[in-house]
Design a binder for this molecule. Structure first.
Ligand code: GLA
Length: 383
């Protein structure tokens, strides 16, 4: 990302000096669809992100410009409403949340650019929300805590993008740290950084370049299925408020007889939480082989039980399963498209990418993109 170019583009439109904020996209090592169930996740921020150039205005207007869409959006901060420009809604949603919480801020200019692929399940939207929240907090000197920046951004996604997401993406975008994954307990919001010791291996993303249209509605349906399971258990254990405290036995007894689909979904979440706990130890001990096996197990659960995968993602995971040098692979994020995350031995990366690209093209007549990613810091001022 060329920061000087970003500044110049900003000056050309707005005729003033900006500050630059970067917020990263994220990967998730393990812990998928657990965040909204009060469970555990283990994301890391990556070296692909959203960059915003921002300055205060004298008036109460928001002047927003997207480099990718080459579009300008202008509106006031008195009445913040959803726009028909999807990209602008992430920014407007954050401004709206800040206003609802009583934070005072002036009008602003914002120029948006980035290098995180859109719609690839790398949380470009969370990165944009977090970059906006960070920048508005900074230029207005409000003093909002990092955790609240993440929570404001999450709420913006709920209200202005209509996805009832958990906290993982926004948390990772704000709290990420270079060379570390971060294990978050989504109930207590306590977290620990875990050094990512990948000696001889790298994290590789394989982008299906598809995003099936049911992804948002299916996400919200999964959420309600999990809530339904908890309700049925609550009838017998009134203190239980999330799948976090539920055992497989309870599910067998009180949920399976009522609805076998709801049972399958809830059982996946219970298993996945256990996998995250195991993964903490494995990563700590540098046992990447065991971690890789857990990743394959997560993929199986997401595909067969939670049913949020798709044929393109399954194809990519199947292809690498017995490929020499691949320790683990799985779909990542909400599902129905986007990327798989793979742990691959350095000298096998090029040959794998070459072969899998050709196979993917043959199978689906689609291009596959591959990114070797590094971890990076969370939201920060960089200029
Ligand atoms: C999306 C959501 C996250 C999380 C993942 C699935 O990325 O935004 O909150 O639920 O899906 O783990």
């Amino acid at each position: 990302m060329d920061i000087e170019l970003l500044k110049t583009s900003f000056r050309n439109i707005f005729q003033v000096e900006p500050v630059i904020v970067k917020s990263p996209g994220r990967i998730n090592i393990i812990g998928e669809h657990t965040d909204y169930n009060d469970g555990f996740v283990m994301p890391a921020a990556i070296n692909k992100g959203i960059y915003v150039a921002v300055s205060k205005r004298e008036d109460n207007e928001m002047h927003l410009y997207s480099e990718s869409y080459q579009q300008l959006h202008i509106c006031g901060i008195e009445r913040i409403e959803k726009s028909d420009k999807a990209w602008a809604n992430y920014i407007l949603g954050v401004a709206d949340q800040m206003k609802n919480r009583g934070y005072k801020f002036t009008g602003f200019n914002l120029y948006l650019d980035g290098n995180v692929p859109l719609g690839a399940g790398l949380s470009s939207s969370a990165a944009l929300e977090c970059a906006t929240a960070f920048a508005l907090n900074y230029i207005n000197n409000i003093g909002i805590s990092k955790m609240d920046l993440a929570l404001i951004s999450q709420k913006a996604e709920h209200v202005f993008a209509g996805v009832n997401c958990g906290i993982m993406d926004q948390f990772a975008s704000v709290f990420g740290k270079k060379d570390q994954a971060v294990m978050l307990d989504c109930r207590s919001m306590k977290y620990v950084y875990i050094p990512l010791k990948l000696d001889g291996y790298k994290l590789v993303l394989l982008n299906t370049n598809v995003k099936h249209s049911l992804s948002d509605s299916a996400y919200n349906t999964r959420r309600s299925q999990c809530e339904q399971g908890v309700k049925w258990i609550k009838e017998h254990f009134p203190k239980i408020s999330s799948l976090r405290d539920v055992s497989l036995e309870m599910l067998e007894k009180f949920v399976k007889p009522k609805d076998s689909e709801v049972f399958k979904k809830c059982a996946y979440v219970v298993d996945e939480n256990e996998r995250v706990i195991k993964a903490v130890d494995q990563l700590g001990n540098g046992d990447l082989v065991a971690l890789g096996e857990l990743m394959f197990a997560t993929h199986g659960g997401l595909s067969k039980d939670y049913e949020v995968s798709c044929k393109e993602l399954d194809f990519l995971v199947d292809f690498v399963k017995d490929f020499d040098g691949v320790l683990g692979a799985r779909m990542m994020g909400g599902g129905f498209g986007g990327c798989t995350l793979n742990i691959i031995r350095n000298e096998r990366i090029d040959v794998l990418i070459e072969q899998i690209k050709a196979a993917y093209q043959r199978e689906f007549n689609l291009q596959l993109d591959a990114y070797v990613v590094e971890t990076d810091n969370g939201s920060e001022l960089i200029g």
